[in-house]
Design a binder for this molecule. Structure first.
Ligand SMILES: [Zn+2]
Length: 325
């Protein structure tokens, strides 16, 4: 990729990034999510005794250094994306997008910034981020190489792919909620330890259960079905075709090594709770696995952002820039 050509533009954009973000109205904040997790636990007799002492927010000591390093990596991703869009003069080539997908997997089209690191960030607030230019370019290709032969229209493939990316990112939020539930029960912050000891070391391999299970969840998602109205077997064929083009972890959605997604879910839950790749086997109940249910844990609590690179936001006067700074 070309370096430094659009440095000035990038610098401007990075200073004004919130202007490029459009927040979906009516979204809640992270306190609502934490409250609903505590509520869920309080409603469950199994854990009632553990909770007598808990009446404050569990995430009280954010790790600021870690939080900063996450901000930096997120900005460098924006830089790469921006360079990509600019170097191809407005439309992304499939070649560049494939290279990016090889590197980032599904995160080339969207991203989840966790509450634990970004709850205080004004520049990159926590939530699901979607990149429409990348989504639509990829969907166009997916339509040509597979969707058309399945009898789908371009519009249907675009819609399906958009919801698939959203559902994938929503799973990362559900993982964080599950980890937060453990934090409430254990009275300690362990989402970071899970990231350092499990998710990081497993990345880019077939053992990367967070990505594999995110994709397994997309394949069986009622949320995707309700919003796209594409028959489940057709959507499955389309998305499985796409998954074969994804890097390790993502393309291992079948979790064969672990005996299928259901068994993998149980192992994954113990990995999160114990922050170990090889945890002590524990019985997994409904409360003790990541809830991938789209209805009990409302997705409407998650802020959704659209990151639009090609369309600078128009402003009425320089005062808006002045007021922003
Ligand atoms: Zn992911």
């Amino acid at each position: 990729m070309k370096k430094n050509i659009f440095k000035e533009e990038f610098n401007w954009l990075s200073r004004h990034l919130p202007e490029a973000l459009i927040q979906t109205p009516g979204q809640g904040n992270y306190e609502n999510v934490i409250q609903s997790i505590i509520q869920e636990l309080q409603n469950n007799q199994e854990f009632a005794n553990d909770l007598i002492e808990v009446n404050r927010l569990p995430i009280h000591v954010p790790e600021i250094t870690r939080w900063e390093s996450n901000e930096v990596s997120f900005e460098s991703l924006f830089e790469t994306l921006l360079e990509m869009y600019n170097s191809s003069e407005g439309s992304i080539s499939m070649e560049t997008l494939s290279a990016l997908t090889e590197d980032l997997g599904r995160e080339a089209f969207g991203m989840y910034l966790p509450m634990h690191y970004y709850f205080q960030s004004r520049k990159n607030p926590w939530g699901v981020y979607l990149f429409p230019e990348a989504i639509f370019q990829w969907a166009k290709n997916l339509y040509q190489v597979k969707g058309k032969s399945l009898g789908l229209s371009l519009r249907q493939v675009e819609l399906a792919f958009t919801y698939a990316v959203f559902r994938h990112e929503l799973f990362h939020h559900q993982v964080e909620c599950f980890s937060t539930k453990q934090e409430v029960l254990n009275h300690k912050v362990n989402y970071n330890a899970y990231g350092d000891n499990v998710n990081g070391p497993c990345s880019k391999s077939e053992d990367w259960l967070e990505e594999a299970l995110a994709e397994a969840t997309v394949l069986n998602s009622k949320h995707v079905y309700h919003n796209t109205k594409i028959k489940a077997p057709i959507f499955r064929k389309l998305y499985e075709f796409d998954l074969k083009r994804m890097p390790a972890g993502y393309r291992d959605y079948h979790c064969r090594k672990f005996g299928g997604p259901e068994k993998a879910h149980k192992l994954f839950a113990s990995q999160i709770a114990q922050c170990k790749i090889n945890p002590i086997p524990a019985p997994a109940t409904k409360m003790c696995t990541v809830s991938a249910n789209e209805f009990s844990n409302s997705w409407k609590k998650v802020p959704i952002y659209m990151v639009n690179f090609k369309k600078p936001k128009s402003i009425k006067s320089p005062r808006e820039i002045f007021n922003y700074n």
